[in-house]
Design a protein around this ligand. Structure first.
Ligand SMILES: [Zn+2]
Length: 253
């Protein structure tokens, strides 16, 4: 069985950076392509790694623009394809996903639903060959972290979150934790919004995650400093995401 491969499409936190779109990850296994989050700028870079109409399903962690904006662009592509509209694909997201994408697109929710089969995320769902489990994260809007399992390999993705035991549960014994690290050590960080890199390391250690990759890195912070702060609390393999980075047991195949 072909192993899972995860490609970081976008890892820039809160807004696109000079070297990366906002949040977007491509998971592939057994010929199935699942995209998690579609932040600003991601649809362009996604086409370097997948055919435009080769996406089989989408999951949105939450409805902040830097995680869902380009689903409105993808709606345009699927609606106005030169040989006719493309059939709907499943889009899993929070309540109000269709209305949110409609607002971003200047369309009605029914038009969005004609191209996207919008479904509410539940605790566990099978999406293609993947088992996707969710946990509610600590963020000001309804936000889901994801645990994706395939053929004995597990990746956990924090989405956006402040400190929470839910992330430890989500990442328990995972092969890889892809954790946001929006903040650096600073007494003035707002609460219940994002993690510092140090807190990302703490959560990874508590979960027993075998590898930690920092993501949602905000362009105004120095990446090496974030890595150094995460290394204060996490002793395992540690790196920072870049657009185009390939991870998972299928990496480099
Ligand atoms: Zn957010």
């Amino acid at each position: 069985m072909a192993p899972m491969q995860l490609t970081v499409i976008g890892c820039s936190g809160s807004f696109p950076g000079p070297d990366s779109p906002a949040s977007c990850y491509l998971l592939e296994a057994e010929g199935f392509r699942l995209v998690i989050d579609m932040g600003n700028g991601s649809l362009g870079v996604l086409q370097r790694h997948a055919e435009l109409f080769g996406v089989d399903a989408v999951c949105l962690s939450h409805l902040h623009a830097d995680h869902c904006m380009d689903l409105s662009s993808y709606w345009v592509a699927r609606q106005y394809a030169p040989d006719g509209p493309r059939p709907p694909i499943p889009v899993y997201g929070p309540v109000a996903t269709a209305d949110r994408i409609a607002g971003l697109s200047g369309e009605k929710a029914d038009s969005i639903r004609a191209r996207f089969d919008v479904r509410n995320l539940s605790r566990t769902q099978e999406i293609g060959p993947f088992r996707v489990t969710t946990e509610r994260m600590n963020h000001p809007v309804e936000t889901f972290g994801f645990r994706v399992e395939h053929a004995g390999w597990t990746v956990a993705y924090s989405a956006d979150t402040g400190p929470t035991d839910a992330l430890v549960n989500l990442a328990q014994d995972a092969d890889l934790l892809l954790s946001e690290a929006s903040f650096q050590n600073n007494d003035n960080n707002p609460p219940d919004l994002h993690l510092t890199a140090r807190q990302a390391g703490e959560h990874a250690t508590r979960a027993g995650a075998a590898q930690l990759v920092l993501t949602h890195l905000v362009p105004w912070y120095d990446r090496d400093r974030s890595l150094a702060q995460a290394a204060e609390t996490y002793c395992g393999p540690l790196s920072a995401a870049t657009s185009g980075l390939v991870l998972g047991p299928g990496a480099g195949r």
